[in-house]
Write a protein that binds this ligand. Sequence first.
Ligand code: GAR
Length: 210
Amino acid sequence: PARLVVLISGTGSNLAAVLAAIEQGTLTGAQVVAVIADVDAAGLDHARSCSIPTAVVRLADHEDRAAWDRALADEVASHAPDLIVLAGFMRLLGAPMLERFGGRIINTHPALLPSFPGAHGVRDALAYGVKVTGATVIEVDAGIDTGRILDQRPVLIEPGDTEDTLHERIKEVERVMIVDVIRDLLQAAPVGPPTTTLEADRNTAEVTTQ
Ligand code: GAR
């Protein structure tokens, strides 16, 4: 199966949806081989309860941002991923991740890009007063939520919505869409045996699980 590495910072409901889809057989040919966070994310418990290796790569544990970027890329590489899924990962990826895994990283965002990119997609859409927002899955590039759009689904804003109520409805849509996108990507580009590079990554990088 294709090796998925999922990066999270939060509750991990999208991660849980991917794990459930694999478990229930609605997403086949995929395996989550590691869940990596930048903080002690609550969602790591989903991984632990499925006996999936986890790692936390904290910015504060590294000398500077560049060192953290390298450490994150090394940790990810140690799991030899075919596809990297950012599921509520709240930091931008640096050059080490993009150079090594560019074209194989997807991100789910709680707004209809290119509207409302960044860390507060739900809040910003509400504040602007749009009547329709939604969720977008993109291929990650060096910009802030600027990558190629892979899928996008609308959510209507209702009178009385708060950031929380709206975000919950968006997440319901995201949980379905992220699984659909992963399935589509794997069908479009089935994964063969690991390449030499991936094998080399797996053998040389240090694995820090907890
Ligand atoms: C999701 O809504 C995701 O789109 C958002 O964080 C939430 C994570 O929820 N990501 C961003 O805002 C990225 N800019 P989860 O931890 O329950 O999956």
